[in-house]
Every structure is written in structure tokens, then in C-alpha cells.
Design a protein around this ligand. Structure first.
Ligand code: ATP
Ligand code: LTN
Length: 329
């Protein structure tokens, strides 16, 4: 039997090239080496307020973006978190073995809580729900971007704590980060991670941005006061543009250096923009084909949930037995 891979994206805004390079692209590459489950984590999205109509449409949009990236729904299960109730059930059981001190160290919680007027308890428990997503399927591998590494460490700690309290129950998962593109930075501020929830118009290239918009955003990206690329003293803005180019093109380090050394920033930006556009154009064409087929996405999501539910339910039953909860015979 193949080992399992699990990962998820929140349907909380417009997916951007950071989500693609940090997560989706790698999901596609490894999907056939594993039994793969890719999830739209809508219960994570509501840890901060989401406008209901918008959330509903973003869930389907996110599913279509998964498929447009090349996820094959015949092989990989594509599903929505809230349609498999076992995610919430296991999350509760895991909150009972997760020390609050571990959660209060989470840097994403601190950063997101700062931006809220009132902080829902769900935002604090967010990493426990994430641990439940992964442990529910006994996933061995979790491909994510760099910003999720701390949550994955917590997931491993929760699994190990549960295993030591109640006996071997969970597979302890490995984090899989991409070699290039694990942390794409904002175009307007290269010291900040590119993020769906940043408001600035020039911050992120969305996967569905038209070519003209992509060109404009990249040509306006923040660089530094140098005129041209100097590999011995790369500023963060230029380094980010080079990373984006390398992650899309797949070029080796040597090829990157000999091509871009000494290139003026204006020319670098033009080349990065054309590289991004050449990848996103066919991607967007597939996206529009997928969303124009009535009922297709609902079918994929229904099938995904039906395929994973037996695995999820049997893990919850095992966990209940291990903890001594009542399981009818
Ligand atoms: P939000 O701002 O709503 O928290 P986000 O843009 O951080 O959203 P997530 O849904 O949290 O996106 O992340 C989905 C996946 O994309 C995760 O695997 C995450 O690590 C990855 N990812 C997110 N932002 C980046 C980035 N800037 N560079 C590389 N990977 C990223
Ligand atoms: N918290 C993740 C999304 C997420 C996830 C998961 C990723 C929820 N559950 C399980 C991997 C595995 C994020 O990217 N913000």
C-alpha cells in the first residue's frame, strides 16, 4: 500500500503564486507517488470572519484551481473539510491532549490575532484542527510552504504525545518543503510573506490575474537602489524576483547566475513577468474550462468526500477506543 500525503489550502481569498509555488505545484508533482488527499479547509477559513456568499464561491474556485494546477481527481481525493465531520470530531479530542502553552507559542496565531478586534477561540485552536486534518488520514507526508513548518512541528508533537499517553495510534508526519519557492515574498514589501489576506493592490500576483495586471504588478515590485543584479549583494526584493523566476522555470542555480548577473532591474522584471504569464495563461484556460462544466466540481468534491470518509471514521473510532470513550459494539 502507498503511503498517504495530505495537504490543504484555506478558501479565504484569491490564491496567489506563493500558494502555487509553495504548495499546489508540489502536490501535483508528488500526487502519483502516494495515496493523495487535497483539502479545501473551509473550517480553518472561518477562524476569521468570512462573508458567507464570498466564502461559498471561493470554496468552488479553490477546488477549480487545484484541478487547473494539474491535480488529477481520478487519482487524488479532492475534498472540502467541513463535508467530513470527523475533522471536527478528532480536533476536539486532540484539543484535550494539547497544552495551551504549545498553542500560545504559534507565531501565526500571534500575527493574525494582532489584526483582529476580537479573537475567536477557533483562531487559537487553528493548529489543533490542522493536526486533526493530517492525523485523521495517518498521512506520512505533508507538502506545504515554509510558513506552515511550525504548525507541522506542533502536529508531530501532538501525535507523539497522544501515542505516549494512549499507545501507538498516529503516524508521525514529515514536512515536505519545496527547494525553491518555499517562501515567496510580497512584491510591495519583500520582507513580508506574500499572503492572501494582505490588502495592498501590488502585494501578490493572483493565479487568476490577467496578463496586463501581472505585468504591471511585477514591473512595480519594490527592489533597491542598485541599478542591476549583483549576486554578491542581493537585496530582498531582487532575490524574491529571481526566486519566482527560478521556481517557475526550473532553471539550475548556475544557469540563473550566468543569465541574470549584471542585468538591469527593468529587464529582470520584464523577464520575470513573461515567465509568470507563460505559466499562468494555460493554467487560466484550464480553470475556465473546469468552471464552465455544470455540476462537474460538485461531483469531484462529493466523490472526494465519499472516498476519504471511511478512513476518517475508522481513525476517529480507533481514537475513541484508545481514550476510553463509548463506542457502540
Ligand atoms: P492567509 O493570508 O489567508 O493566511 P496564505 O496566503 O498564507 O493565506 P494559506 O491558505 O494559509 O495561504 O496557505 C496555503 C498553502 O500555501 C500553504 O502550504 C502555505 O504554506 C503556502 N503558502 C502561503 N503563502 C506562501 C508564500 N508566500 N510562499 C510560499 N508558500 C506559501
Ligand atoms: N494551515 C494551513 C492550511 C491547512 C493545512 C492542513 C495544510 C489546514 N490543514 C493540513 C497542510 C495540512 C495553511 O496553509 N494556512
Amino acid at each position: 500500500m502507498k503511503a498517504r500525503v495530505f495537504s490543504g489550502v484555506q478558501p479565504s481569498g484569491n490564491l496567489h503564486i506563493g500558494n502555487y509555488l509553495g504548495a499546489l505545484k508540489n502536490w501535483v508533482i508528488i500526487q502519483h507517488d502516494y495515496e493523495s488527499i487535497y483539502c479545501i479547509v473551509d473550517m480553518h477559513a472561518v477562524t476569521v470572519y468570512q462573508q458567507p456568499e464570498e466564502l461559498r464561491s471561493k470554496i468552488l474556485e479553490t477546488a477549480a484551481l487545484f484541478l487547473a494546477s494539474g491535480i488529477d481527481p481520478k487519482h487524488s481525493a479532492v475534498m472540502v473539510q467541513s463535508s467530513v465531520p470527523a475533522h471536527a470530531e478528532l480536533a476536539w479530542l486532540l484539543t484535550c491532549v494539547t497544552p495551551m502553552g504549545w498553542l500560545s507559542r504559534m507565531t501565526q496565531f500571534k500575527a493574525k490575532a494582532e489584526k483582529q478586534e476580537t479573537v475567536g477561540d477557533g483562531l487559537f485552536q487553528y493548529p489543533v484542527l490542522m493536526a486533526a486534518d493530517i492525523l485523521l488520514y495517518q498521512a506520512a507526508i505533508v507538502p506545504v510552504g515554509d510558513d506552515q513548518a511550525q504548525h507541522l512541528e506542533l502536529t508531530r508533537d501532538v501525535a507523539q504525545r497522544f501515542n505516549s499517553l494512549y499507545g501507538d495510534t498516529f503516524v508521525v508526519p514529515e514536512t515536505k518543503l519545496p527547494t525553491v519557492g518555499a517562501r515567496v515574498m510580497g512584491l510591495d514589501d519583500p520582507l513580508k510573506k506574500m499572503s492572501k489576506s494582505e490588502p495592498g493592490a501590488g502585494h501578490a500576483v493572483a493565479l487568476l490575474d490577467p496578463p496586463g495586471v501581472i505585468r504591471k504588478k511585477i514591473l512595480r515590485a519594490t527592489t533597491d537602489s542598485q541599478p542591476a543584479v549583483d549576486y554578491s549583494a542581493l537585496g530582498p526584493g531582487v532575490e524574491n524576483l529571481l526566486n519566482i523566476f527560478q521556481a517557475f522555470s526550473g532553471w539550475a542555480d548556475g544557469q540563473m547566475q550566468s543569465h541574470f548577473s549584471g542585468m538591469r532591474y527593468g529587464d529582470l522584471k520584464k523577464q520575470v513577468a513573461e515567465m509568470v504569464i507563460s505559466h499562468l495563461e494555460p493554467f487560466q484556460k484550464r480553470y475556465h474550462e473546469i468552471v464552465s462544466e455544470p455540476g462537474y466540481l460538485d461531483g469531484v468534491l462529493r466523490d472526494g468526500a465519499a472516498r476519504v470518509s471511511p478512513i476518517a471514521n475508522s481513525t476517529v473510532e480507533l481514537v475513541k477506543r484508545r481514550m476510553g470513550l463509548y463506542v457502540p459494539s
